[in-house]
Design a protein around this ligand. Structure first.
Ligand code: ADP
Length: 581
């Protein structure tokens, strides 16, 4: 923050060149009015004064102190007195050179007075030190002359100068009051902003807790679906598992939406385009919503032209989020008829256009302009009947805009509604092998892993996911238990949950890093908290890497593999029987 002293010093530094240029002009004019050596002597004196000024104000430029030392302030005030005294002294010379010189001399002091009162008013002592010498010249010369000559004209000039000074004083007081009011308003605004930031941090914490609570059961659902998918299944069972996984992913996505909404609000949302099979995503969404639409006797039609590109470069998660919202609404508000999803690739403009139309109840004209506002719902009864928050369309529109596109709506009461999503994208015919579903393969056999989680379901999932790889697993139910174990038993990797009773994951990691056999063991933070603030806290205690719940099996395995690379030969001490998985 800029302090008043620093602001004054910056102004003086900034205007030094202009002051010197003006002094040169004044010296030349004074010489033309009355040629002699004095204007040149005056100019040299002004230059010396400016050098003193430069030195006197220099300490303020790099200081954050609201009130610098008394010595520095006194030096700056003295420099101002010196400069004003020297600068206005040219008026004595001009007043002795006839009427032209008098007018020019008075005008230049009046200008100097105005200049210092406007620029230096944030520090009263410096203002007074600068104004006083100018004011003495400005009043002293005409009043002295009037007393000496005793003529009405000179008295009039003296009275005029007095009036000018009075007006200037009033203006200075006014300006000081305005500056003070401005400073107070700034202080209030800063305080309000701080309060808003604290409230926002509290909101982030609240969201983190909520996300933790919902993600834990989701973790179980997703892991179970993944394991089921790996088992021997009939084709229709595989399709059902696929639906389960898709729905789970969308639910996790929705959960993230709440976090995302605050991210969008804070301008921190990142868009990450990847090579995506949009047709596949559309088919997945169709099968996800079909059962619900069927129950109402409503059909969902997917209209995909044959020339639609196999892959598009687009942020798949955000695209799914938007379409999920649109389809969810279309199914929710359509009691008969059909819902149509029409996808189109506009080769000219390299854009993807998707229309979601329904033959539902429609949206009244007067509500249409507000439909994308947050927490906007046409009919409060709808919330009771169907649920919903009124956030879906607000997020969708903002996401579309963040992706460089647009989301628009057209609707007619009783006829239906059409949402049109347009997103810029690049077509990619090549199917990237790396992005295809790969079998998870890794060499984790013999790795001794301590998994710390208070939730029995989560411990079970870790066991189910890692046992097939030949890992040797030990479990702890809270941070304190993990610390006690890590003191005596060497592990190759520690998987650490964040929120646990007795001792949380961060405190436990800190304690493990402090003493015992596992001070150097890589710790992988296995947490339901995707919030960035928590990542900072984890990093501060020295975790190796992060895994967000619900656990993605491939990510778990590759993270463990990475972490194991930093471990020497896996240690194989006997494990306490009670802790064997
Ligand atoms: P939510 O569905 O969670 O209430 P949205 O932001 O998705 O929130 O939708 C806001 C409101 O817009 C809905 O409550 C509904 O009144 C209206 N709306 C959205 N889509 C449709 C649609 N396809 N047909 C009729 N009304 C709709």
């Amino acid at each position: 923050m800029n302090t008043p002293y620093r602001a004054v010093a910056q102004t003086r530094r900034r205007e030094m060149k202009a002051r010197m240029g003006l002094a040169g002009f004044i010296a030349l004019t004074a010489w033309m009015i009355a040629p002699s050596v004095w204007p040149a002597v005056w100019l040299i004196a002004v230059s010396v004064g400016q050098a003193v000024d430069w030195l006197a104000f220099r300490p303020f430029l790099n200081s954050d102190r609201e009130r610098p030392g008394a010595g520095a302030i006194a030096a700056a005030c003295l420099a101002c007195v010196l400069n004003s005294t020297v600068y206005s002294s040219i008026s004595i010379y001009l007043w002795g050179a006839g009427e032209t010189g008098m007018v020019f001399g008075s005008v230049l002091i009046a200008g100097a007075l105005l200049h210092v009162t406007l620029h230096l008013n944030s520090v009263r002592s410096i203002l007074l030190a600068s104004v006083a010498p100018h004011a003495l010249y400005f009043l002293g010369l005409p009043v002295g002359r009037a007393i000496l000559t005793d003529t009405p004209q000179d008295y009039l000039i003296a009275i005029g100068c007095l009036l000018y000074m009075t007006h200037l004083l009033v203006a200075v007081r006014q300006s000081a009051a305005t500056t003070k009011a401005l400073q107070q308003a700034n202080a209030v605004a800063t305080e309000e902003r701080n309060r808003a930031e604290i409230a926002n941090a509290a909101k982030s914490d609240f969201l983190a807790v909520v996300s933790h609570e919902i993600r834990t059961p989701m973790n179980a659902v997703m892991a179970a679906a993944t394991l089921l998918d790996r088992s021997r299944l009939k084709p229709e069972q595989r399709e059902q598992v696929g639906m389960l996984k898709d729905a789970g992913e969308v639910l996790v996505g929705l959960l993230n939406d709440v976090l995302d909404f605050s991210k969008i609000e804070a301008g921190k949302m990142q868009i990450e385009p990847t090579s995506t099979d949009v047709r596949d995503k559309l088919k997945g969404l169709k099968s996800l919503w079909e059962p619900k639409a069927d129950a109402n006797g409503v059909a969902i039609r997917l209209n995909l032209p044959s020339d639609f590109p196999a892959r598009l470069r687009i942020d798949a998660l955000r695209l799914q989020q938007i379409l999920f919202n649109l389809l969810s609404n279309a199914v929710k508000f359509t009691q008969e008829g059909e819902v149509t999803v029409r996808a189109e690739w506009i080769a000219d403009g390299s854009a993807l256009r998707i229309q979601v139309s329904d033959t539902g109840c429609g949206i009244p004209d007067d509500r249409l302009p507000h439909i994308f506002d947050s927490f906007e719902q046409v009919d409060a009864g709808v919330t009771r009947r169907y649920g919903g928050t009124g956030l879906g369309l607000a997020i969708s529109k903002r996401l579309a805009e963040l992706m460089g596109g647009a989301l628009t709506v057209a609707s007619e009461i009783g006829v239906g509604t059409t949402f049109e999503l347009t997103l810029p994208s690049q077509a990619e015919e090549r199917v990237e092998a790396a992005e295809q579903q790969a079998q998870i393969e890794a060499d984790l056999s013999g790795l001794s892993i301590l998994a710390v989680d208070d939730h029995p379901v989560n411990r079970k999932i870790v066991a189910m996911l890692l046992e097939p790889f030949g890992c040797r697993l030990s479990f702890a139910e809270d941070g304190a238990e993990a610390v006690a174990l890590a003191r005596d038993v060497p592990f190759d990797i520690i998987l650490m949950d964040m929120q646990m009773p007795v001792m949380d994951g961060i405190s436990a990691t800190r304690a493990i890093r402090r003493e015992g056999l596992n001070r150097e063991t890589p710790v992988v933070a296995l947490t339901a908290n995707a919030m960035d603030v928590h990542r900072q806290a984890w990093l501060a205690v020295g975790v190796e890497s992060f895994l967000t719940k619900p656990i993605d099996p491939a990510a778990l395995v590759s993270t463990l593999e990475q972490a194991s690379l930093s471990v020497a030969a896996p240690s194989l001490p006997p494990l306490p029987l009670a802790l064997q998985a």
